[in-house]
Design a protein around this ligand. Structure first.
Ligand SMILES: NC(=O)c1ccc[n+]([C@@H]2O[C@H](COP(=O)([O-])OP(=O)(O)OC[C@H]3O[C@@H](n4cnc5c(N)ncnc54)[C@H](O)[C@@H]3O)[C@@H](O)[C@H]2O)c1
Ligand SMILES: [Zn+2]
Length: 357
């Protein structure tokens, strides 16, 4: 098992990466008065049983709290319901919450942990590739309101993150590839070796070979750790994690969050941001073609049925837009990006409306 230490002031914790260790999590659950596992019913059945058996061997009886699958669960309704469930069980501050699931469970359970009794400990067991390489690291937790996604939340770090790559065995192909888009993102923004590894080993990765998966997950975590340790609250450097997300979010939102998965939209966003960079002479055509070819190797569809004017309201609503100047994260070369606050809207229109030849 690999261990990565995250060092954020007042919040040091470990991320573990391994396979088949859900029944022997390296964590001192005995220090807590009770354990609450927040998860989806099918994940409880698929993986929660093992966690439970492991705890029962130590004479700890965990409680399960079930949440329906899907983004709609990141809501005040679920937030209140679970707070009340915890209160009715007389849960005190010596309890620990276990978030067993993807980004939805992690964001919701993490936010509940931040607010119940003004904060109880929690640990993450991320079960999607996206949550393993992205959402379980960095301490952003929260829920959605009708006005927008993730508008209510906190920075609240877990006490530990346990990644068991066995959980990826049951992940649907589309969800797996959606997570891969974020892995490709780390390669472009920070890690040339990871990019080259992806380029060379895409077949093994798509087959979910254990050794290859472990490598890309670990390298992705190291990238995110590097960024959030330097800039936890997204004042500057952390913005580079938004590479591909300005147009990506717009495509996701225009599709009402049910046509494109997050990573599918981000893949298109990364391609178009790299094209903008190339057209502004910040990167070479070769860099643009390498990004495009890697996305194609992983079989991302780079088509989308929207034009600039229909995406514009979503682009302008995006929080990365300051006073009508469009901020983009642009590649300089593979492994290096910079923040450009002044990308002309005309150019954004050109790359969106021209589509890919
Ligand atoms: N906090 C952050 O920094 C951060 C970063 C990125 C994304 N997010 C949030 O993460 C969420 C998306 O996360 P996600 O992509 O993991 O989505 P998700 O949690 O909805 O999981 C995707 C789907 O896979 C299912 N699933 C989960 N684990 C499974 C498994 N092992 N086997 C089979 N099916 C499984 C889920 O039930 C769901 O249907 C969004 O709400 C997004 O806002 C947060
Ligand atoms: Zn993302």
């Amino acid at each position: 098992m690999e261990e990565i230490r995250v060092n954020i002031p007042q919040n040091e914790y470990s991320i573990y990466i391994g396979k088949n260790y859900l029944s022997s999590l390296p964590f001192h659950f005995l220090n807590y008065s009770s354990v609450f596992i927040i998860t989806h019913p099918f994940l409880a059945w698929q993986y929660g049983e093992e966690v439970k058996e492991g705890l029962e061997k130590k004479n700890i009886k965990p409680n399960f709290i079930f949440v329906p699958s899907g983004e709609k669960s990141k809501s005040f309704k679920e937030f209140i319901r679970i707070h009340r469930t915890l209160a009715q069980a007389n849960t005190d501050r010596r309890s620990v919450i276990v978030a067993l699931g993807g980004g939805v469970i992690g964001d919701l359970a993490g936010f509940i942990s931040a607010t119940y009794l003004r904060g109880v400990d929690y640990v993450q067991i991320p079960t999607t590739l996206l949550s393993q390489v992205d959402s379980s690291i960095g301490g952003k937790v929260g829920i959605n309101i009708p006005e927008g996604k993730n508008l209510v939340g906190a920075f609240y770090h877990p006490k530990a993150v346990f990644i068991d790559i066995k959980t990826l065995d049951t992940l649907p192909e589309r969800e797996f590839k959606s997570g891969l888009a974020e892995v490709i993102k780390y390669g472009v923004i920070l890690n040339k070796e990871l990019f080259e590894f992806l380029d060379k080993n895409y077949e093994k990765i798509l087959k979910r070979d254990e050794k290859f998966l472990t490598y890309i997950i670990k390298e992705s975590i190291l990238c995110k750790k590097y960024v959030v340790e330097k800039d936890e609250k997204e004042r500057n450097l952390r913005m580079i994690l938004n590479f591909g997300h300005t147009i990506g979010h717009a495509i996701e939102a225009k599709g009402r969050f049910n046509k494109f998965l997050h990573g599918e939209a981000v893949a298109i966003g990364m391609l178009l941001a790299t094209k903008i960079s190339y057209l502004l002479n910040y990167c070479s055509e070769d860099t643009y073609l390498r990004v495009k070819n890697l996305l194609l190797k992983f079989d991302f569809s780079l088509d989308f049925p929207y034009n600039f004017s229909s995406l514009l309201p979503y682009i302008m609503r995006d929080k990365k837009v300051l006073s009508k100047k469009i901020r983009f994260i642009l590649p300089l070369r593979i492994g290096e990006v910079f923040i450009n606050e002044e990308v002309p809207l005309d150019l954004v229109k050109e790359v969106i409306d021209k589509k890919e030849e």
